[in-house]
Design a protein around this ligand. Structure first.
Ligand code: GRF
Length: 227
């Protein structure tokens, strides 16, 4: 089996999480190498980021495969094999993967999702969080399992939902946290510090209290009454 350290990042779009992973992987001692960026769209902006960083890229367009998801995945698998990939990081990859592909990569495929799972799986998470009136929202890195956005949690971060938030403002604060926890979670998995054991993630060391929370500032008095 290829070693975990050779990572493929799978993207479909702008690739800001890819950017965070690229920056982290440049740090001395980072335990993973981004060996391939694979996109299902030739126009994904993230491909340009990868090229600029000198990372090998590949495109397997999903559209021509239509409903033949297995055919699409076989073409991706060939690229992954060619590059000797041991670990996959989905980063804004907008295709649902088949059970066969997911099982093949069990414990070796991560995803980042913009909500605190199990709340708000699926799309439009920020709008749904605002509509639900939650006080905390955030992001999750999890191992991928056949159920969409259901896999065992590796890392999460929370942000406060503020009264003046709209979808964009909330999304931006969550995205900043995504860029923080994804490189950390990938490093844990690549180094063996986080492992999937019997459907749960076992960490070698306990994260510091508050490591994943960005709390409201300390109490600063009650809000003034509005006239
Ligand atoms: C992120 O919000 C991620 O959580 C979700 O898709 C978005 C991808 O953004 N899975 P980017 O392409 O990494 O900028």
């Amino acid at each position: 089996m290829a070693e975990l350290k050779r990572v493929a990042v799978l993207i479909s779009g702008r690739g800001s999480n890819l950017g965070a992973l690229i920056a982290a992987a440049r740090q001395p001692g980072y335990p993973a190498e981004l060996a391939l960026v694979l996109s299902n769209r030739a126009d994904a902006a993230g491909l340009e980021r990868a090229r600029e960083a000198g990372i090998a890229t590949a495109v397997v367009e999903s559209r021509p495969f239509g409903r033949d998801r297995a055919g699409f995945e076989a073409a991706m698998q060939a690229k992954l094999d060619e590059a000797g990939i041991g670990l996959i990081a989905l980063a804004g990859f907008m295709r649902v993967l088949t059970e066969g592909f997911v099982t093949r990569w069990a414990g070796r495929m991560l995803n980042i999702h913009p909500s605190i799972l199990p709340a708000f799986p699926g799309l439009d998470t920020h709008a749904r969080a605002l509509a639900a009136g939650v006080r905390l929202h955030g992001c999750t890195v999890h191992f991928v399992t056949p159920g969409v956005d259901e896999g065992p949690v590796i890392a999460q971060a929370a942000v406060s939902v503020l009264p003046e938030d709209d979808e964009d403002a909330l999304a931006a604060r969550v995205l900043a946290q995504e860029h923080r926890i994804y490189p950390a979670a990938l490093a844990w998995v690549a180094s063996g510090a986080a492992r999937l054991v019997d459907g749960r993630v076992v960490l070698k060391t306990t994260p510091a209290e508050g490591a994943f929370v960005n709390p409201l500032p300390a109490f600063a008095g009650l809000p003034r009454e509005t006239a």
